[in-house]
Design a protein around this ligand. Structure first.
Ligand SMILES: [Mg+2]
Ligand SMILES: [Zn+2]
Length: 207
């Protein structure tokens, strides 16, 4: 009943720089304002959960164990800046490259929603009314499916995605933000302007 509120964050190009395949800690650089954005979520009582496709495991760019190192290092740097990610969820699979068990048609490779649903089950989170922040348009297509707000950031692949998708396809992002901090600010301000959710008001009736 107390389902927590959550903002799902893509990792590469949102929290840290997009460098193709991040296969060495030397290549890990946090984006300038991502810690500040995550700290805002922490203070506002929203869980910050990373959901990231890491098919570099399936394709052999790095072992799955390396992801734990990267996530520990991201967390260490965020904490040094007063911010904290609540959990990291990743998909190590690829549908056609590599060897089983990593080569498989999984349900967790975004834009499939397996990672979101797993996080919601593990951490008792409410998907309806959540938020997805990513530099990939593909990720934002999940928003409608789960009743979330989708925000595209222009860091990472975001500027290219914005240009391409606006010109050529339908548009799923509800908002476009310069970076993670601006995305979080916009989302939290929007929450403050609206009722928390229809769910909270659904019990209204004659007393
Ligand atoms: Mg990304
Ligand atoms: Zn997967």
């Amino acid at each position: 009943m107390t389902n927590g509120r959550v903002v799902f964050l893509d990792r590469d190009g949102v929290i840290n720089e997009e460098v193709g395949y991040l296969n060495h800690l030397d290549r890990l650089r946090l984006l300038p304002r991502s810690a500040e954005g995550i700290a805002l979520l922490n203070h506002a009582g929203w869980r910050a959960v990373v959901v990231t496709n890491q098919s570099g495991v399936a394709t052999g760019y790095f072992p799955e164990s390396f992801l734990a190192e990267v996530h520990a290092e991201i967390q260490r740097r965020l904490e040094a800046a007063g911010a904290r990610v609540d959990a990291f969820y990743y998909c190590p699979h690829h549908p056609t490259i590599g060897e089983p068990p990593y080569r498989c048609a999984c349900d967790c490779r975004k834009p499939r929603t397996g990672l979101l649903r797993r996080a919601a089950a593990d951490l008792d989170l409410r998907l309806e009314g959540s938020c997805i922040i990513s530099d990939r348009y593909r990720d934002l297509t999940m928003a409608a499916e789960i009743g979330a707000t989708g925000i595209l950031v222009l860091t990472g692949y975001g500027t290219g995605e914005y240009t391409w998708w606006r010109q050529s396809r339908g548009w799923a992002a509800q908002h476009v933000a310069q970076d993670l901090l601006q995305a979080v600010r916009w989302f939290l301000e929007r929450q403050a302007q609206q009722p928390q959710s229809a769910h909270h008001f659904s019990g209204r009736g004659p007393r």
